[in-house]
Design a protein around this ligand. Structure first.
Ligand code: URA
Length: 457
């Protein structure tokens, strides 16, 4: 296994050589990391297992997560923490499945989290239409970022609680299943929910192990990671995002997955819709052959990367959006998971009934829009959680009427906010203050796809 080095902990004289911890208990494990030490393998295995079984309390795991957040982890610690999370549950194997007499090309993608990042919704059907099979363990919202499951559950009837046999059946019959991780990496399910409400999301070791434990366990053979860079990403700088991408690619490689990463821009929100149902509506536009250019570009780039990683050639992902085959696949996926396909229309999905509109104070050109501020505004509208297990509002969201670089006339709408709870509008609007400008010239154009990272070993 590659020996990653980052966030080197400060060695303490009595801790600098990891020693067996014969009497394992949560306070001792927390103290080691709190004081900048390196957790021995047995301590990692024990704490993940004991937490998953309810023998380490949430407050103890919260303290350990904060210590990891502040002190970091070595490469070997991340590798062991990830392996322990994988071992906390089942690891699916779909290599026996066949379609048309041929083994499935099992491939998935995962994003490190962004604002307006609905890409899974059009991407999975595109890859299905091109002959891939996607077993996707997806997540719920985390911090200021939205979650694929919260978005898809805005479709009445849609369920992500699938059994293993339902997942197998969907993979062999229609070529995809998008599901809550359930029995996969249950340690991540608990830790993810805890990170969401303890301000411990923005940590390289915790993001890498969270993403990769689910992806290693879900049964894909190839994986493409969309690693976000910019204000709306958990790790905003390009250097941190590169390190995260490299770490995840090496973890995937070490567990036998063909793994690559794209570094993509997340300094402005993706597309023109941020929230739950509003992002499904925008995804339907993409599947119908339209939609915002950046959403289409990223969908097609990730699809090309997934097909290549899975060894599928001779298909054109863009054609599946033009000829409607990706839309057919999406409808089949929604129907298989109990969703009401008659509700797959802009006016049939639950959009918040209370609205507020931000208008342009002057004419000119739309400047940059800060992705983090938009993510927080949408979270305040009710699209995310502030307590574990809270129900999100499917109708909460925001529409962006003018993207950076577009012309603006004085008084015209720039953003519309939606919620089911009117007293959320004020705080959400306050998050947007100072987060956008209208000026005399267009902001610099940044490439959406910054780089591509492959395994070195
Ligand atoms: N996605 C995950 O699954 N986990 C993270 O920590 C961030 C994004």
């Amino acid at each position: 296994m590659t020996d990653f080095t980052f966030d080197a902990p400060r060695p303490m004289s009595h801790l600098d050589a990891p020693r067996p911890m014969s009497h394992l208990d949560a306070p001792t494990v927390i103290r080691v990391k709190r004081d900048g030490g390196v957790l021995p393998d047995e301590a990692i295995d024990w704490v993940i297992d004991a937490y998953t079984r309810g023998q380490v309390a949430d407050e103890q795991m919260s303290a350990l997560l904060m210590a990891i957040f502040l002190r970091g982890m070595t490469g070997p610690e991340i590798a062991r923490w990830t392996a322990a999370m994988v071992a906390s549950g089942q690891r699916f194997d779909f290599t026996d499945l066949r379609r048309g007499g041929r083994p499935l090309a099992l491939v998935d993608k995962h994003s490190t989290g962004g604002v307006g990042d609905k890409i899974t919704i059009p991407l999975v059907p595109v890859v299905m239409a091109c002959g891939g099979a996607v077993p996707q363990a997806a997540g719920r919202g985390l911090g200021h970022t939205g979650g694929t499951l919260d978005k898809l559950e805005a479709i009445p009837g849609f369920t992500a609680e699938l059994t293993k046999s339902q997942i197998r059946q969907q993979l062999s019959e229609i070529g995809a299943a998008i599901f809550a991780a359930g029995e996969l990496a249950p340690a991540d399910r608990k830790i993810y929910a805890l990170r969401d409400v303890t301000a411990t999301t923005e940590s390289l070791p915790l993001i890498a192990s969270s993403v990769m434990s689910k992806k290693i366990a879900e049964g894909a053979r190839a994986l493409v990671l969309d690693t976000k860079v910019g204000s709306g990403a958990f790790l905003p700088t390009e250097a941190e995002a590169r390190e995260l991408a490299r770490t995840m690619v090496e973890l995937g490689h070490a567990h036998g997955l063909v793994t690559r990463a794209l570094l993509t821009d997340m300094s402005v929100p993706l597309g023109r819709a941020v929230g739950n149902a509003v992002e499904v509506v925008e995804s339907l536009e993409v599947l119908a052959g339209g939609g915002p250019d950046d959403v289409v570009e990223l969908t097609l780039a990730l699809a090309a990367e997934m097909l290549d990683a899975a060894g599928i050639d001779g298909t054109d992902p863009a054609e599946t959006l033009r000829d409607g085959t990706a839309m057919d696949c999406f409808r089949a996926l929604v129907a298989a998971q109990g969703g009401d396909t008659t509700r797959l229309a802009a006016d049939a999905l639950p959009i918040g009934v209370h609205t507020d509109t931000v208008t342009a104070p002057r004419g000119g050109t739309m400047g940059d829009i800060d992705a983090m501020a938009v993510g927080l505004a949408v979270w305040r509208l009710g699209a995310g959680r502030s307590a574990p297990g809270e129900q999100v509002q499917f109708g909460a969201g925001l529409r962006i009427h003018r993207r950076p670089g577009e012309p603006v006339s004085a008084g015209e709408p720039l953003f519309t906010l939606y919620t089911d709870t009117p007293d959320r509008l004020g705080p959400a609007r306050a998050e947007l203050e100072g987060a956008w400008t209208v000026g005399d010239s267009a902001p610099p154009v940044r490439p959406l796809i910054i780089d591509r990272i492959t395994a070195t070993g």
